[in-house]
Structure formats: structure tokens, C-alpha cells
Design a protein around this ligand. Structure first.
Ligand code: NDP
Length: 242
């Protein structure tokens, strides 16, 4: 892709939670594209070429300190991928306040803390790409995941409000909504449940993390400059129509 004012190369990219799973695959994609890539992560090893700032998205001071370290290393963040997420599955009747609020704190408020911190430099630059990793479950629903679905649906309202607030500064905000992806998160499900899910997916399989990463890379690319406030499914047809 040629270098243009809207497409300086390499770009400063931040992917939260790039030590494993989908976040790791996304970070690897941007590294392969020649971008400068950083992550806010808690532990573990990182893909080659990724700058790691230890931090926890549940804590504003920790997020702010990690951003400062990343900015010092590679300049203001031009592409933010809010990927860090957790599940605490439980049936509604048994779900505790902690199980509900823990998931909201990481998945929704954690994304908010990162977006808020990233937005000022993006406004100054008059460009930016914000990609929020949601889930098919956010709009489709899932028994035992009232907390998780609420957190992931909230990201849609967040991206659309950011679009309305910051769109005039050439900042886009989109949601990528994966279906079932082969990562630690889905491997933790009982085998019978995994089989049940596979049977309900029109494409008949889970996706690889890289199949999500490719879509994120596109949404952050110059080719997607006019896409904002969109929910882009990567779910093998599971949620179509939602
Ligand atoms: P994993 O459980 O494999 O990885 C989750 C990542 O989030 C890890 O890097 C983890 O870090 C990080 N993380 C969790 N809590 C925090 C925190 N408080 N601060 C910083 N980082 C944190 O999940 P996946 O790769 O499967 O999922 C990635 C995203 O994709 C999540 O938002 C998930 O909800 C979403 N998703 C996943 C699907 C799937 O089928 N796998 C389907 C749809 C959406 P650590 O290693 O330190 O715990």
C-alpha cells in the first residue's frame, strides 16, 4: 500500500492482550505488515517484534502508564485494537455481582479506558483507527453469558458514539464480532458443548485466530477509510441476520 497522509508507514499500533489467542494473531499480522506494534499485557511471552508494556486494563493508572511507555517507544497510537477480554459464565439466577461486574470491568470498561487514553493524540493527529473486539454473542445472546453478552453489546454503542464524536477528525471506530475461534477461551468449554456449537455454525468449524486478525487488519487499512460504526462478523454465518 503506498504511503499517503492517511497511510503513513509504519504506523504505531496497540493491541491489548497480545500474549495469546486472537490478540497475538492480530499483533503478528501488523508486525508482518511492517508496522510498529505494542501491547498492554499482564504476563507471558510476546510475538517477535512486539513491544510489551505491562498493564491491566481494569486500572486507569496502569493503562495510562502503559500508554506513556508505548508512546515513548513508537509514538502516538494510530491504530488501537481493544482485544483483552474474559468470560465468567454462569446462569442468570446464580450469577454473582462479582461475576457480572468483573466481566464488564475488563471487556467494556477496559476498552473504554484504552479508547479514552488513545483518543486525544488521535484527535491531534487528525486520524486514527479504533477496533473493538466484540463477539457474535453480543447481539445473538447466549445462555450463561448475560454478563459477557452485555459487555460485548456495549462495545457496539461505544463504537457508534465514538464515530459520531470523532468521525469528523478522520477517526474511525468499528466492532469486529468473532464467532467461535480456536483459542484458550473456547478450549476451556466442555467437549460436548464445543461439538454443539460446531453443529450450529453454517461453516461447520471454529475459525483460526488469524482469520479474525485478517479482518482487523483490513478494518485498520486505508481501504476501509470510509467504514465506521460498523459491526463486522467473523463467525462462519452463525449470527447472520442479527
Ligand atoms: P484468551 O482467553 O485466549 O486471551 C484473552 C487475552 O486478554 C489474554 O491476552 C489476557 O491476558 C487478556 N486479558 C484478560 N484480562 C486482562 C486484563 N485485565 N488486562 C489486560 N489483559 C487482559 O481469549 P481470546 O484470544 O479467545 O479472546 C480475545 C478477545 O476475543 C476477547 O475479547 C474475547 O472476548 C473475544 N472473542 C473470543 C472468541 C473466541 O471464540 N475465542 C469469540 C468472540 C470473541 P492474560 O494472558 O494475562 O490473561
Amino acid at each position: 500500500m503506498p504511503e499517503t497522509p492517511d497511510n503513513p508507514t509504519p504506523r504505531s499500533v496497540l493491541v491489548t492482550g497480545a500474549n495469546r489467542g486472537i490478540g497475538r494473531a492480530i499483533a503478528e499480522r501488523f508486525v508482518a505488515a511492517g508496522d510498529r506494534v505494542a501491547t498492554i499485557y499482564r504476563s507471558g511471552d510476546l510475538p517477535e517484534g512486539v513491544f510489551g508494556a505491562v498493564g491491566d486494563v481494569r486500572d486507569t493508572a496502569s493503562v495510562d502508564a502503559a500508554f506513556a511507555a508505548i508512546e515513548a517507544e513508537q509514538g502516538p497510537v494510530e491504530v488501537l485494537v481493544a482485544n483483552a477480554g474474559i468470560t465468567r459464565d454462569q446462569l442468570l439466577l446464580r450469577m454473582t455481582d462479582e461475576e457480572f461486574s468483573d466481566v464488564i470491568d475488563v471487556n467494556l470498561a477496559g476498552a473504554f479506558r484504552c479508547v479514552r487514553r488513545a483518543s486525544k493524540p488521535m484527535i491531534r493527529l487528525r486520524r486514527g483507527r479504533i477496533v473493538l473486539i466484540s463477539s457474535v454473542v453480543g447481539l445473538y445472546g447466549s445462555p450463561g453469558q448475560v454478563n459477557y453478552a452485555a459487555s460485548k453489546a456495549g462495545l457496539v454503542g461505544m463504537a457508534r458514539s465514538i464515530t459520531r464524536e470523532l468521525g469528523s477528525r478522520s477517526i474511525t471506530a468499528n466492532v469486529v464480532a468473532p464467532g467461535f475461534i480456536d483459542t484458550d477461551m473456547t478450549r476451556a468449554l466442555p467437549e460436548a458443548t464445543q461439538k454443539q456449537y460446531v453443529d450450529s455454525i453454517p461453516l461447520g468449524r471454529f475459525a483460526t485466530p488469524d482469520e479474525v486478525a485478517g479482518v482487523v487488519e483490513f478494518v485498520a487499512s486505508p481501504a476501509a477509510a470510509y467504514i465506521s460504526g460498523a459491526v463486522i462478523p467473523v463467525d462462519g454465518g452463525l449470527g447472520m441476520g442479527h
